[in-house]
Design a protein around this ligand. Structure first.
Ligand code: NAD
Ligand code: IPM
Ligand code: MG
Length: 359
């Protein structure tokens, strides 16, 4: 039996609780099969925490996360809280937890399953061989810079500042080079160095670090061009490293290569093995409560947790193989179904993946 690992579960809003329930089902099955032991502790987070505790990230939820070995997060947000002031927005809780836990590195793999090529809006031949990772800086940049309103010469103005220091760039870029070294050894650093000072600093740091990784082929790509090349030649990318906001946008774009945002898992990491694992998608208010959301992004996030935090590689592989087997057999939730009339629900997809797990 492996040691007991503490998992903080913060399911959040909208489809968050639905997809997290399926991921926990998978974790429980792998406990039996692989001799793993988890202790789950639930915390209120996001809009539901605003409603019940008056803040999106209650201290007790942060405490649960801080005493855990890993965090499993669903999603936050919804129209109910969209007009709230900043400190009473679910998204502020999400940024707060990333910052409080020091999770500066967000790893978002976009792997195209062969059998899902027809689910993408792109031509199958363009997608052939696409398997990339977006490494997104997660605790800096415009998300965390000073924000304020002021009275300008022409009336009210809003200001968002974007700040990066050398240390913040160095640590994420080193991680990206190291990830690239373990993969196809190609790194695309994405910036807007033709316009932004933060991007010029970013590029300088990348160029200074690059000689330490001579086996990795480096290209600099401007973000607007990258957005285009992701659709034109997605399979030529291996690891993409970029700042916070560019990474947010490019990872949703990369999701469309896989067929749906419901397929994209993520790991948020700091210096040690502790990590927060969540699907890339949001709370999907348009489909919440209908039992039709795709739980695969969250289930694949568990596989990332097993590999990156716990080193449970066999159990991680079993989850990834089970997902592939279920998709190969033709089972689809609505977001990835070509024939929507044959789509299955969230719980059914979770059950099929649990049944396909093998030791
Ligand atoms: N990490 C997070 O918690 C997170 C991430 C993104 C957005 N959000 C929040 O979620 C709310 C909704 O945002 P949005 O609509 O821009 O993005 P979204 O990702 O929630 O939804 C975008 C579209 O993708 C679909 N979709 C998303 N996940 C799906 C799944 N698992 N299965 C099937 N379809 C899925 C939705 O139905 C919707 O049509 C907002 O409040 C936003 O701030 C939260
Ligand atoms: C909800 C929002 C704050 C968040 C982000 O922009 O980081 C989301 O879009 C994501 O990609 O995790
Ligand atoms: Mg996003």
């Amino acid at each position: 039996m492996a040691d007991v690992k503490k998992i903080a579960v913060i399911a959040g809003d909208g489809i968050g609780p639905e997809v997290v329930a399926e991921a926990i089902k998978v974790m429980k099955k792998t406990e039996e099969m692989f001799g793993l032991q988890f202790e789950f502790e639930q915390g209120l987070f996001g809009g539901i925490a605003i409603d019940e505790k008056g803040t999106p990230l209650p201290q007790e939820t942060l405490d649960i996360c801080q005493r855990a070995d890993a965090v499993l997060l669903g999603a936050v947000g919804g129209p109910k809280w969209d007009n709230n002031p900043k400190e009473l927005r679910p998204e502020t809780g999400l940024l707060g937890i990333r910052k409080a836990l020091g999770l500066f590195s967000n790893i978002r793999p976009a792997t195209v399953f062969d059998c899902l090529k027809e689910a993408s809006t792109l031509k199958p031949e363009v997608l052939e061989g696409t398997d990339l990772i977006v490494v997104r800086e997660l605790t800096g940049g415009i998300y965390f810079g000073e924000k304020f309103r002021r009275e300008g010469a022409n009336g009210e103005e809003a200001v968002d500042t974007c700040v990066y220091n050398v240390t913040e760039v160095e640590r994420i870029v080193r991680q990206a080079f190291e990830i690239a070294q373990k993969r196809s050894k190609r790194l695309a650093s994405v910036d807007k160095a033709n316009v932004l000072e933060t991007s010029r600093l970013w590029r300088e740091v990348v160029n200074r670090i690059a000689p330490e990784y001579p086996d990795v082929e480096l290209e600099h790509v401007l973000v607007d061009n990258c957005a285009m090349q992701l659709l034109r030649r997605p399979s030529s990318f291996d690891v993409i490293v970029t700042e916070n906001m560019f990474g947010d946008i490019l990872s949703d774009e990369a999701a469309m290569l896989t067929g749906s945002i419901g397929m994209l898992s993520s790991a948020s990491l700091g210096e040690g093995s502790f990590g927060l694992y969540e699907p890339v998608h949001g709370s999907a208010p348009d489909i919440a409560g209908q039992g039709i959301s795709n739980p695969i992004a969250t289930i694949l996030s568990v596989a990332l947790m097993y590999r990156l935090t716990f080193g449970y590689d066999a159990a991680a592989q079993s989850i990834e193989d089970a997902v592939k087997e279920v998709l190969d057999a033709g089972h689809r939730t609505g977001d990835i179904a070509v024939d929507k009339s044959k789509a299955i629900g969230t719980v059914e997809m979770g059950d099929l993946i649990v049944a396909a797990l093998k030791k």
